[in-house]
Design a protein around this ligand. Sequence first.
Ligand code: CA
Length: 476
Amino acid sequence: MKTLLFFLALASLAFGRKPNFLFIIVDDQSPFDLKVYDPKSQLDTPNIDALAKDGLVFDGAYHMGSWSGAVCTCSRTMIMTGRSVWNIPRKAKRNPKNKEAKPTHAGPQTLPTTFNLGGYETMRTCKRGNSYSVANSQFKIVKDATKRGGTDETGSHWHGQQVMDYLEARAARKAEEPFLIYFGFSHPHDERNGKPELLEKYGATNHRDKNSIPALNSKQPKLPVNYLEKHPFPHGHPGLRDEVKVPGVWENRDEATIRNELGREFACSENIDIQIGRVLKKLEAMGELDNTYIIYTSDHGMAIGRHGLQGKQNLYEHTWRVPYIVKGPGVKKGRVQGNIYLLDTLATLCDLAGLEAPASNEGRSFKPVLTGEKKTVRDTLFGVYAGGTKPGIRSVRKGDWKLVKFDVLDGAVRETQLFNLKDNPDEFLTQHGKKNPMLRNLASDPAQAQKLAEMEELLKSEMERLNDPHPLWNQK
Ligand SMILES: [Ca+2]
């Protein structure tokens, strides 16, 4: 018997244990909130910083966008299915070109179904709603509730506690099967009701009076470098909740309102970091940390005053991009461009687990980037916001160049922006400073006419390739 056990142990070592996954996803966070992406940020996130130091930080992680004001819903559906933005399950009438759009009970295979079949125990905690409910219910253990309050029971601590309790229960029953934990938070999405001590740290208050503006406080985060009092033209979604109705901000874009709201966002984000710290410590104590891939990301970015916008319904880098950090067995340390979409997560996690990605998946595994064999898995990135007037906003990026087009309000707004992101990472719209003539929108610069034409062509081909049903004014 002893000999048999010895050989079994040897065999399990030889074949290796399946790795675990801790997929952390926050709600509405710009990468530039984090010190990892903006060293000048005042947000303290020691646990995320440590993750970044021991793992790989992606500078080119994007979500593909949304055809709904609820950007969360599209983004999270892409994560769950690995499908591209116009090919995710939804009502067929919204895109008659898309034959696969009709909702069916079968639907595409998802992150939880694939990992369930692969012998994983799948567990999730996250907010309720604005996501792909079919996939949410497919996890073996589901602990969902929307927690945006300022106490342990009503805020991010609650999500952290669900994971702590799950890990405790696994330890008690000596669970052998590998786990995939979808560790979601309801914050820093508004309302950003942070814990009192963290609000105090960032000089913020839970502002509730629509008829006044909050007080300025020297502890509040500074205004973003690309802050504007107003976006230079309507962005195309009149009455959009995130731009006009967020409690504490509404339509105000004055310095005090924006700095207070950033303080609230930071208070909520630091509390998330504290919860991550608890869970990582627990994994270490259980001896599971070294065999666990940890992924940190957000469903999309967020404006909060940048470019005069407040919400997530735009395609500037602060909102189109997401933070994306991976640490785990065999993952290189450092930074990489990586050019990835959130929807590549499914294929990548399958690859790392030795599972086959489902046939319905369109994402690409970026495991070769994680192991250092490649710098990127995509040359071109496409983005859409079509939740307001149609066609809406489109973007395309290749190398350092990025094109953004607004075609909204029945043709009343037709705007083109061309940025060189290497020179102008903050996407200044009008000339910023005197030294570098690239620090502005270059769309009308005759010297860039050829680059503009090239990017226009690239955008058109991406829209066609990806089944986009709404051509822009200059594409017909
Ligand atoms: Ca969100």
